[in-house]
Design a protein around this ligand. Structure first.
Ligand code: SAH
Length: 391
């Protein structure tokens, strides 16, 4: 494989971005290119200076994803080393649980590769042609590092469509059941490995689940509950009177209900409703709570949707703030990458002003440490979680 013959030349603008520490080069910044989807290519600027080595895909808007700052060789051994390094990092994190992210794509220098461990199983999402081409090496590395009983490739992601990759779910090693039971702190959770959202669970919220579970007290409302991540921890806290789980998905609530049973929790109820309607009705009716959790899906999936999303965040937070009793906590999250922390903070500030509520900032949080964020790659960090307390 005459890899050194494959190269790309990128514009001054693209080169500036790469030199600033960002790995992505868009189609519009590529001046000259060669190779096929999944190749590794040497990237140069227009003056001929080498910028590094990148994954290349002519079918993708993001044409190049830089993986090293030299013209080094990318092969199966490279993938094995990177996966081993990512797994080694997790061993330093003292994670209280057996479900966590082993590889966080660009956050671990492995563009497009997500590997999540659920007890004895690993679920993969692969969104780049290059990582897809080295699937075997990736699975071998995982076998060596964590010896899973089975590895599942979840092919049902939009990223694969954009990269021109096949879309089916398939077992790539061992056996993988429909469901796994995992531990997160003191809570057991059933995870639908084949059909659950993301790779099955919201591992990025693990640390927030634990923290909020500890702060919760009194009447607790877990809105956008999914399988119960926040509310299950809260329900175990003796200071909590009751937890109501709210989600628009019947399947999510069914799992939440089974999870409550699995943990022997009785102080729980489940309501299938649109969060917007429920929050408006409850606040109009004068309902009061000591703890409210808002963890909606990304309201802004693109930059264009940011304004509208800001209004939606303001609306749900306004209702929640109104319903909180003094001393009560609001844990409010946004996983919209396109809505910056500053914009989210502004929406929350407007909500507090409109609600006539004084809200203390207890803590600004982000995603769990097994989802590493890189300083120069903002896309590796998307989750924002404000812990607020009504004064
Ligand atoms: N809090 C969960 C993750 C929430 S994911 C955890 O920590 O594990 C977002 C959830 O919001 C999904 O379960 C989805 O079904 C639900 N959802 C999306 N739109 C909704 C709406 N309008 N009203 C209520 N729930 C909604």
């Amino acid at each position: 494989m005459a890899q050194d013959k494959r190269y790309a030349v990128i514009s001054a603008k693209g080169a500036k971005r790469v030199r600033g520490g960002h790995p992505w080069v868009y189609r519009s910044d590529v001046v000259e290119e060669s190779g096929e989807a999944g190749d590794s290519v040497v990237v140069r600027d227009v003056r001929g200076a080498t910028l590094g080595t990148a994954f290349y895909n002519p079918k993708s808007e993001i044409r190049l994803r830089l993986v090293s700052r030299d013209s080094g060789w990318i092969d199966a051994e490279w993938f094995r080393r990177k996966v081993a390094g990512a797994v080694a990092h997790r061993r330093t994190l003292s994670i209280d649980g057996d479900a966590y992210r082993l590889v966080h794509a660009e956050g671990d220098g492995l563009p497009g590769l997500i590997a999540d461990k659920y007890d004895r199983y690993v679920v993969l999402q692969i969104g780049t042609a290059a990582a897809d081409g080295y699937l075997e090496a990736i699975v071998e590395a995982l076998d060596e590092e964590v010896a899973p009983a089975g590895v599942l490739l979840r092919g049902d992601t939009a990223a694969r469509g954009r990269e021109g990759l096949s879309r089916e779910n398939r077992v790539v090693s061992g056996e993988v059941p429909q469901e796994a039971v995992v531990r997160e702190g003191g809570v057991k959770l059933r995870v639908d490995l084949w059909g659950g959202q993301k790779t099955g669970s919201f591992l990025d919220q693990r640390e927030n689940h634990l923290l909020v579970g500890g702060l919760a007290h009194g009447r607790t409302l877990d809105v956008f509950s999914y399988a119960g991540g926040f509310g299950l921890h809260a329900a175990r806290n003796p200071s909590v009177e009751s937890v109501e789980f709210v989600d628009s998905s019947g399947a999510a609530l069914e799992t939440a209900k089974r999870n409550a049973g699995l943990n022997g929790l009785r102080n729980v109820t489940f309501t299938r409703a649109s969060a917007f309607d429920l929050l408006r009705e409850r606040s109009d009716a004068g309902d009061r709570y000591e703890t409210i959790i808002l963890d909606p899906p990304a309201f802004a999936k693109s930059r264009r949707e940011v304004k509208k999303a800001g209004r939606a965040y303001r609306e749900i937070n306004l209702r929640a703030m109104k319903m909180l009793r003094p001393g009560g906590y609001l844990a409010t999250c946004s996983c919209s990458f396109h809505l910056s922390r500053e914009m989210f903070e502004a929406a929350l500030g407007e909500a507090a002003a409109d609600a006539g509520s004084t809200m203390r900032v207890v803590e600004w949080r982000s995603q769990a440490a097994d989802h590493p964020r890189l300083l120069t790659v903002p896309e590796t960090g998307y989750l924002k979680c404000a812990i607020l307390q009504k004064a």
